[in-house]
Write a protein that binds this ligand. Structure first.
Ligand code: NAP
Length: 237
């Protein structure tokens, strides 16, 4: 049985990934930061476990992995999904805003990968999937820190794929378009409508559609590493 850790699995895309892996018979570990009730309820439903850790804090990530390693030896599949958005003009961003966005979306993935790798290297097998965004590919106005962090994940994916490929580990990236989750609830109705209209398929994507892409990349039969798959309805071609 494969052990899968999904960061930020209490809601949205992470929760959909947990469901999709569990449906394939995998053991799922649902990481969360604040939504304890949601994460625990879903973990129970999926016969998995929920673990609290702020992934932007290396000590909390270490503690989470100590628990995982004691219980299961390590993780076979790591999905770096936890993320936060931040909308503001570039010159209005404080040091704290910038650091928050970078440490959650980019550095958190570094902390998790660093803890997950020793077991994968020992097994000579493993899959790492980083959740970036179309904005990491083409940049979003008023989301510069987010775009920078998501572009960083793409660079990290490509470089790390070269480094750990010889150890039998694949590193890939999913860069979704606009997806119907809590993350976009703060956007105005007009902005959402405009984004849907700009999307050739004419709608937002679903968390389940992104989860299907993640599950696909976790299979080790595709000869796929260092790649960026972008389920985005044609918004970025
Ligand atoms: P969401 O519904 O807002 O859920 C975010 C998840 O991340 C929650 O489970 C949250 O946990 C967790 N999280 C946030 N900060 C964390 C931290 N420091 N430590 C641990 N967990 C943390 O977001 P989503 O739309 O599903 O997004 C998931 C990923 O997809 C993100 O990386 C996002 O950037 C990316 N993405 C989303 C879209 C989109 O349109 N929705 C598009 C492209 C890419 P709590 O519930 O405990 O706070």
């Amino acid at each position: 049985m494969r052990t899968v850790l999904i960061t930020g699995a209490s809601r949205g895309i992470g929760a959909a990934c947990a469901k999709a892996f569990a449906a394939k018979g995998d053991r799922v570990i649902l990481n969360y930061k604040t939504s304890r009730q949601k994460a625990e309820t879903l973990a129970e439903e999926l016969n998995g476990i929920a673990l609290c850790a702020d992934i932007s804090d290396s000590k909390q990530v270490k503690t989470m992995f100590q628990e995982i390693n004691t219980r299961y030896g390590g993780v076979d599949i790591l999905v770096n999904n936890a993320g936060i958005a931040h909308f503001s003009m570039f010159d209005a961003m404080t040091d704290e805003d910038w650091n928050n966005v970078l440490s959650t979306n980019l550095t958190g993935a570094f902390y998790c990968i660093r803890e997950a790798l020793p077991f994968m290297i020992h097994q000579k097998k493993g899959a790492i999937i980083n959740i970036s965004s179309i904005w990491g590919i083409c940049g979003a106005s008023c989301e510069v820190a987010y775009s920078a962090a998501k572009a960083g994940l793409i660079g990290m994916t490509k470089a790390l794929a070269k480094e750990v490929g010889p150890s039998g580990i694949s590193v890939n990236c999913v860069a979704p378009g606009v997806i119907d989750t809590d993350m976009n609830r703060t956007l105005s109705e007009e902005t959402m409508q405009a984004l849907e209209e700009e999307t050739p398929l004419g709608r937002m994507g679903t968390a389940e559609e992104i989860a299907n892409t993640v599950v696909y990349l976790a299979e080790d039969c595709h000869f796929m590493t260092g790649q960026i798959l972008s389920p985005n309805g044609g918004l970025v071609i």
